[in-house]
Structures are given as structure tokens and as C-alpha cells.
Design a protein around this ligand. Sequence first.
Ligand code: SAM
Length: 248
Amino acid sequence: MDHLPAHNSMYKAADYWDERYKKEENYEWLGDFSKFRHLLEKHMKKEDSILVLGCGNSGMSGEMYAAGYRSITNIDYSSVCIGAMSARHGDCPGMTWHQMDMRQLAFPDGSFDVVLEKATLDSMLVEEKCPWTVSPQTAGIIHRALKEISRVLKHGGRFLSITFAQPFFRKRLYAHSEYNWSIQHFTQGDFFHYFVFIMTKGEELSLEDAALERKLQEEAKAPPIEIIATPLEEDENFLDSIDLRDEP
Ligand SMILES: C[S@@+](CC[C@H](N)C(=O)[O-])C[C@H]1O[C@@H](n2cnc3c(N)ncnc32)[C@H](O)[C@@H]1O
């Protein structure tokens, strides 16, 4: 694989993705549409306006279009990716491609019924050594992205997030009443599990998730504890760098 970065931190850099997409035509992170279709279709109607974040060179949007979804807006901060993908899908009216940073979306409030991401937030978390204590810098980046996602969703709209991150870890990022959404999650896969999180705007957090938010707020006020980090392998599978132990 000649597109492997020298360091995992490069997965966070637009330049890395630009260089990679000059050579690579297609790569599917976590799995293609068919793998998650049975879950996504329950929360995404054919007539919905859909925003795909960090589309990459994945076949996901093309497969959704073939399945009958017609209003699909794709963004990625790699200009090379957007150039190649818009050329590849020139025969799909209703499907658009924009170079854009998901932390600063150029869409008005309440533009979309569905916002979808697959492995894009994961790529922003690559440098984290410890999944339950995200560094303040990364937490700030993720928070900006989540605030934008909530802003562009319609009332009743859904944020669909496909990730390798277990609920115990990912809910810590999503369970904030400020985003004004509820959280559900589903598990996919037999051997290696992936997770589909469904956030519905305008619904309250469950009692359990609201308690998690309060607990995190209390922890944030407490003095920091020292985290002993395990050295990371620098390879493509940055998923392995995350501790995947089951919830306690
Ligand atoms: C791990 S790849 C996932 C690609 C695709 N979603 C898939 O499932 O195969 C992450 C993608 O997110 C894009 N990306 C990362 N950070 C971004 C940001 N802040 N704004 C927009 N795109 C971003 C990268 O350029 C890359 O294409």
C-alpha cells in the first residue's frame, strides 16, 4: 500500500488526502453501502436531502444514488477528491460535490434531513492514545464539527455516524444537550463490529445519556489524572490503536 502515511497524524491533514487521492481511485473505509443499508434505510428516506461528510473516494454516495436516493450533497476538504468524484458522477443529477471543511459548513441552518459520515470523525481522532480522554485540542475540533452538523440539520433530521468506535467511547462525544439531539446506536458485523449511531435533532437525550453528560461535566471540573499512553504502531489500520475493550 503505497498511500500509507509516515505517521498516523497525517490522516488529519488535507495535504495527505490530496496526495493519496492523486493515486488512489477507490477505498472503502469500514464497509460499503450494502453492509449498512438495512440500518440506514430505516432512518433515511429516498426523498430526503442528504449531506455526506468527508466522502473520500468511497462508492457509498454512488451506491445510494443507484438505490434511489436523489438529493445527495457531498463534501470533502480534499480538492483532488472532489475534482475526481464530481467527474466520475457527472451523470447523476441531484448529486453535488463541494470542497469544504466539515468544521465550517457553507450551508444555511436546517438545510438537510440527513447528515451522514463514515470514518470521517474517526480520521480526526487518529492521534488520540486514550479513547475515553480525548485531548482538549481534538475535542475542540470534534465539537466544532458536531455543532455544524446540528446546525445544518432540520428539526427531526438525523445525523448518521458509522464508526468502529464503541458506544462507551463515542457517546462521550455525542452526548451533549447543546447539540439538541437524542442518540441511538446499532451494531453491525459478526467478527469485527462496527457501529451506526443515529442522532435525531429536536429529541432529548435519554436519562442515561443525560447522566453521562453530567458525569463528563463533573470530570472536566476535577483535577487531571496522568494518562500513560501505549506507543502506537504507525500503520494504515489506525483503528487498532484504540482500546476496543467492551463496556464495563
Ligand atoms: C477515513 S476517510 C473516509 C472516507 C469515506 N467517508 C469512506 O467511508 O470511505 C476520511 C475522509 O474525510 C476527509 N476529511 C477529514 N477531515 C475533514 C474535514 N475537516 N472536512 C472535510 N473532510 C474531511 C478526508 O479528506 C477523507 O476523504
